[in-house]
Design a protein around this ligand. Structure first.
Ligand code: ADP
Length: 401
């Protein structure tokens, strides 16, 4: 009995450690340091002599050592390992963990690697690194200390760690992806250029009249806010895309939420004499959702419906019960969206071609889509150019429960 209790205590300690680690991992966006952290923790949690990470390069169809603990690191990194005839290859192809207590007896062991380092492998436990259902590589630990065999607990602990590690690796990769970084840099440059330009003017032109001065300062302040929302939205979107955001769901009454969202955007609407109508049936049941995140979706759709509306236009928010789902639609009488633009508007950084689009971030709808889908829902759009658009969010009553 007491042995059982001890084991349980040990297990809880490990789980707490994994939780602590995954928090740490998710804040590391630097690729190589992240991998090193993962291998160190893997060896620590499984009480083994060494650990390594191999990632799959889709273009060559081979695995490459990306990181390893200890002295073997510099000798290993960059070494290719074939998918066929290697333990890591088996793990990646099968998408399953594998224990090998004596590598000398297993034909899958790729001996070549040990000959390159002074390390002598005796036993291996490896688990796949999976992002959603795709295997991106393998995490291995070598030689359990005290010449013990690997246990089921080791498999479980390493699998849990690998799940967190894979997400962190994908995130770090996303940040590495030069095109995305290039787009972001480009997007950041526009407001920055304007801020630099106007500040220089203010600094060098001593005799500017007060009205002009004020208008320059207003532009600077506006562009700085834009820079701020670009960065916040971008980080938010990246976190959502990686699946790293945990929804905190509870029963949400859509009526309250919609009314609150409308109250928030009303000043924006009134400034252009745009009317907002709400239509929600009395008996609409509450839904299981993350209130703060859902608010983000509503605010985004509503502010777009105002931003892309005509002066004195109309915005209608409707909620209806459909089968086991609730449909929330936001209709506007604005400029509408050209048919060739429709398929792209949920893409990140996509901004429509009309002049009214110039000031957005192009991230709002991408974020709204990610949040809706994280709830097990969908978001769609219908539009007639020159007449208006309708965005419809469908959320299951028991979303993702
Ligand atoms: P932003 O509004 O910051 O540009 P969004 O992701 O919210 O970014 O929207 C992307 C694009 O979709 C907009 O630039 C605009 O072209 C189009 N769009 C979104 N909502 C509407 C709407 N209600 N009416 C017309 N066009 C819209």
């Amino acid at each position: 009995m007491s042995e059982k209790v001890e084991k349980l205590k040990e297990r809880i300690r490990q789980l707490e450690r994994i939780l602590e680690i995954s928090r740490d991992l998710s804040s590391t966006l630097n690729f190589h340091p992240l991998l090193i952290k993962i291998t160190r923790v893997a060896a620590e949690l499984t009480n083994t002599e060494a650990s390594s990470i191999l990632l799959l390069d889709k273009s060559t169809g081979q695995l490459y050592f990306e990181a390893a603990t200890g002295v073997t690191e510099s000798a290993l990194v960059g070494i290719p390992v074939p998918l066929e005839g290697s333990i890591a290859g088996w793990i990646v192809k099968e998408g399953k963990p594998l224990i090998i207590d004596d590598v000398d007896k297993d034909p899958r062991f790729y001996r070549h690697v040990d000959t390159l380092t002074s390390f002598r492998t005796r036993s291996i436990l490896g688990v796949p690194l999976k992002v959603k259902d795709e295997v991106i590589g393998a995490l291995e630990v070598l030689n359990k200390k005290g010449s013990q065999p690997f246990t089921e607990e080791d498999v479980e602990v390493l699998t849990t760690l690998a799940a967190q590690a894979a997400i962190a690796i994908e995130n770090a990769r996303l940040f590495q992806q030069s095109d995305l970084v290039a787009i972001l840099a480009h997007e950041l440059r526009t407001p920055l250029t304007s801020i630099i330009g106007y500040t220089r003017l203010l600094l060098t032109q001593a005799d500017l009249n007060p009205a002009l001065r004020r208008s320059f300062l207003e532009t600077i302040s506006h562009e700085a806010s834009r820079l701020n929302s670009l960065i916040n939205d971008f980080l938010d979107l990246i976190r959502l895309e990686s699946g790293r955001v945990r929804l905190s769901k509870k029963l949400v009454h859509l009526r309250h939420l919609i009314e609150e969202a409308v109250a928030t955007v009303r000043p924006q609407a009134e400034a252009r004499r745009i009317k907002i109508k709400i239509q929600i049936p009395r008996n609409l049941p509450p839904i299981m959702a993350d209130e703060r995140r859902l608010m983000q979706v509503l605010l985004n759709l509503l502010s777009n419906a105002i931003k892309y509306n005509k002066d004195e236009g109309l915005v209608e928010v409707k909620a209806t019960l459909k089968d086991r789902a609730v449909e929330v639609s936001v209709r506007d009488t604005g400029i509408g969206i050209e048919p060739e633009e429709l398929p792209h508007i949920f893409e990140k950084f996509y901004r429509g071609s009309s002049e009214q689009n110039a000031f957005g971030t192009g991230l709002g709808l991408a974020i709204a889509k990610q949040i809706t889908e994280a709830h097990g829902g969908t978001i769609t759009v219908e539009s007639t150019p020159g007449q208006g658009s309708t965005f419809t969010v469908t959320l299951p009553l028991q979303s993702g429960m």
